[in-house]
Design a protein around this ligand. Structure first.
Ligand code: FE2
Ligand code: FE2
Length: 593
């Protein structure tokens, strides 16, 4: 077990002696230096039929032996209970039996453990609890055994002493305690210390609940005496059992050989939340905020960013602190240069935030960078966890953070998909409402937008003017020079219109050489000026050169506004068209008001 900075206060004299935890029931363990995973041994003083529970290891036995001898001669031990075969429970047995022999003594265990323990060839008879009706009766005392399979050995069980109501639970309820305490001080803090051990050693929550169901058949439980951690008083038991039933057990992840089980357990506890956030995709921004909330329980992290390449052309920036998706300010070349190893060799590494211009942080941070993949597992971008500057930049931490990459991978992929779908949809929509040749809006969009615009103008009582334009003698241009030239004329004329529009104005190509301008907040008198500007601009800049010829043209128009035609598009168009017709009939190259 990981030897952390376990504090053993030198004055543990009180634990140099056996401690009576209930009448004739003794703690005879030993406080191991620098070991947060203490091994407890218990002795039930019971005359010539005394019972030693989980005898311990070669490390503890000499001290346990001394303590027992302060209570009874070793020969009075008749039953040696081994709740399973782990060395921290059984390696003391050989030394004990060497001293007291095996005659008329029993090794109390489950058959599954017996099959393994017989390989020690101790020569002692096994008392198999399942074969003895899950109990051991002596004249003075009856023990009952509760089956707790796979907690954490297939044949694991606990011992319940009917006289004292003590449950000897072996590894179950054990804890990793930074400081030695024979008794748990309170339920909450002790359970916190139980979490890493049970997350690690108990294979699954369901298995733990099954074992607890069997344990709760033993009642009343006055005290729980585990093999590790601290003894649990009656008043703490309900809280601890309730929380143990809810604990997520079974650490199936490999963390590159690190032994930081507290950290691994915490990661194990938040990973389901993180994957749930990735599974039910909402948006990169929303989901990474949820993931940050979970990851923040373990890591000093405050932001998640993904730089993802869009069709080999540019990168977009997905950011947990920004709901909008922006093209990245750095060019593709700059990003690939900066993140070469991560992008091409999938190298994970820590870098200083100030070396990346496109990630603005309020203070220097540590960035953990990792590759982001598309559905074919090709690297399409760089993911980043923005961590406190002081974050430990170790391979071990890389192994820890790696576990979260997949979730960011999934969310980034989905967000890019949505981004591309939205982009393609708006591209398709733009194409659907735009005249391909001139880039002006088309009649379809006029139908879609004008009614709403007119309704708004009516509601807010402001005028809209329409100018209906038609290039004069356009058919002649086509017939004379061909449609290509005709198209050039149309495009040039459209450019002149665009360059004379104000912000709120809109221009449409209704088809052929017909155009319509919609000028909100404009009365028809003001629209005349627009007409004049267009005519002048067409005269000055509308002509096109074609083969040694300059082709010039004029246009005619009709103006109608809401003051005279009301807020009906039909009426407005009809009136403007009628005026256009008048302009044509009266010599063209004019706009009728
Ligand atoms: Fe064990
Ligand atoms: Fe153990």
């Amino acid at each position: 077990m990981h030897k952390s900075n376990f504090a053993t206060d030198k004055n543990h004299e009180e634990f140099a002696k056996p401690v009576e935890i209930a009448p004739n029931i003794w703690w005879v363990g030993h406080v191991l230096e620098d070991d947060p995973f203490q091994c407890h041994v218990y002795l039930i003083e019971n005359g010539d039929e005394s019972i030693l529970i989980d005898p311990g290891s070669k490390l503890t036995w000499p001290h346990t032996r001394e303590k027992i001898l302060q209570i009874i001669p070793l020969e009075k031990i008749r039953y040696i209970v081994c709740h399973h075969q782990d060395p921290d429970i059984t390696t003391a047995v050989a030394d004990l039996l060497e001293e007291i022999g095996t005659e008329n003594r029993f090794l109390v265990t489950h058959w599954r453990a017996a099959e393994l323990l017989e390989h020690y060839d101790w020569g002692i008879r096994f008392y198999e609890v399942q074969a003895e009706g899950w109990k051991l009766e002596t004249p003075e005392r009856t023990l009952r055994f509760a089956f707790t399979p796979y907690m954490h050995f297939p044949g694991a069980f606990c011992t319940y002493d009917e006289t004292s109501g003590i449950l000897f639970s072996s590894d179950i309820f054990g804890a990793i305690t930074e400081t030695f305490a024979l008794y748990a001080e309170d339920a909450e803090s002790y359970f916190k210390q139980m979490e890493p051990f049970h997350t690690h050693y108990m294979p699954a929550t369901e298995i733990v609940n099954h074992g607890l169901d069997n344990i709760e058949q033993c009642h009343p439980i006055e005290m729980i005496a585990p093999q590790h951690g601290s003894i649990i008083k009656k008043e703490f038991i309900p809280y601890i059992i309730e929380h143990l039933r809810r604990l997520k057990c079974g650490l199936y992840l490999e963390f590159g050989g690190t032994r930081k089980i507290e950290l691994m357990s915490k990661i194990n506890a938040i990973l389901p939340e993180v994957f749930e956030a990735a599974a039910f995709f909402d948006s990169f921004h929303a989901d990474t905020k949820r993931i940050l909330h979970s990851m923040h329980k373990v890591f000093p992290i405050d932001r998640i960013v993904s730089l993802v390449m869009i069709e080999e052309t540019f990168f977009i920036k997905l950011d947990s602190s920004d709901s909008s998706i922006r093209p990245c300010s750095r060019s593709k070349r700059q990003i690939l240069a900066k993140f070469h190893d991560t992008f091409y060799d999938q190298v994970r590494c820590f870098i200083d935030s100030e070396t990346i211009q496109c990630i603005d942080t309020d203070e220097p941070k540590t960035l953990y960078t990792f590759p982001v993949h598309d559905y074919d597992e090709h690297v399409i971008g760089i993911g980043m966890f923005v961590l406190e500057r002081s974050f430990e930049r170790s391979d071990e931490m890389i192994e820890m953070l790696k576990k979260f990459e997949i979730a960011i991978d999934i969310i980034s992929k989905r967000e890019v998909e949505v981004y591309l779908l939205k982009r393609d949809k708006s591209l398709a929509y733009a194409m659907a409402i735009t005249d391909k040749l001139t880039g002006l809006y088309n009649r379809h969009y006029l139908e879609e937008i004008a009614h709403a615009e007119l309704a708004k103008a009516k509601r807010h009582d402001y005028p809209i003017t329409f100018i209906y334009l038609d290039i004069d003698h356009f058919k002649k241009i086509n017939d004379t020079y061909g449609h290509d030239v005709g198209d050039i004329v149309l495009k040039r004329f459209a450019q002149i219109i665009i360059s004379n529009l104000r912000e709120s104005d809109m221009a449409f190509r209704l088809g052929g050489e017909e155009f319509l301008l919609m000028l909100p907040y404009t009365i028809r008198e003001e629209a005349v000026n627009m007409g004049k500007r267009l005519r002048e601009a067409t005269r000055v800049g509308g002509c096109i050169d074609h083969q040694n010829e300059t082709i010039c043209y004029t246009f005619s128009g009709g103006i109608a506004d809401t003051e005279e035609a009301g807020f009906s598009l039909d009426n407005l168009l009809k009136l403007a068209d009628r005026k256009l017709y008048t302009a044509k009939e009266s010599g063209r190259d004019k706009i009728i008001l």
